[in-house]
Ligand binder design. Structure first.
Ligand SMILES: C[S@@+](CC[C@H](N)C(=O)[O-])C[C@H]1O[C@@H](n2cnc3c(N)ncnc32)[C@H](O)[C@@H]1O
Length: 165
């Protein structure tokens, strides 16, 4: 499983529960500080099945073809065709893709949009495409499904990679 832009590894415990000790988790992030906190988390939990890669997703030398990839709170990556292309090239045909994050809420949900603007300023470089953050992924997967959460201020999306080459 590839944890795309894994940050400090907040999702690792959940992923590790799913993949078990025989599964392999590859976490990738470009921030050295953030990744060093992920490294500490891996050491503290004695996870031996985690590989961390410090790199932009666009250029990451992903060491395997995975069964699945997750994108959590990573709008910048969701807006990068090069990053999405590199990840999907390293997920097997018919592999699982899931993404989750914030999105622009309907205009009437003023508090949600104010909070999202604050959060996005901290964590992403662009609000571009924030009304449908999954749009580029949708163009690359044959069966992407999307569910809106929190009055339309967040989403989860999931699908599989193409099986016909
Ligand atoms: C809001 S954090 C989310 C981290 C993690 N997925 C989580 O849910 O806790 C966004 C992360 O994306 C990383 N990031 C942004 N653009 C990236 C890129 N092009 N390549 C690799 N990492 C990237 C940042 O360094 C940051 O750690």
């Amino acid at each position: 499983m590839i944890d795309v832009a894994c940050g400090t590894g907040l999702t690792f415990a959940l992923i590790d529960d799913q993949i078990g000790p025989d599964g392999h988790l590859v976490g990738i992030d470009l921030s050295p500080d953030t990744l060093s906190r992920a490294r500490e988390r891996v050491a503290a939990n004695a996870w031996r099945n985690v590989t961390l890669i410090e790199s932009a997703i666009e250029d990451a030398a992903i060491p395997e073809v995975a069964d699945a990839a997750v994108f959590v709170l990573t709008h910048d990556v969701m807006r990068s065709p090069e990053a999405l292309g590199n990840v999907l090239a390293h997920v097997r045909p018919g592999g699982h893709i899931a993404a989750a994050g914030g999105k622009r809420a309907p205009t009437w949900v003023i508090p949600a949009n104010l909070y999202l603007r604050y959060a996005m300023n901290r964590y992403t470089t662009t609000m571009e495409g924030f009304d449908r953050p999954w749009r580029m992924l949708d163009a690359l997967l044959p069966d992407l499904r999307v569910e809106l959460l929190l009055l339309g201020g967040a989403y989860v999306a999931w699908g599989t990679t193409a099986t016909d080459g």
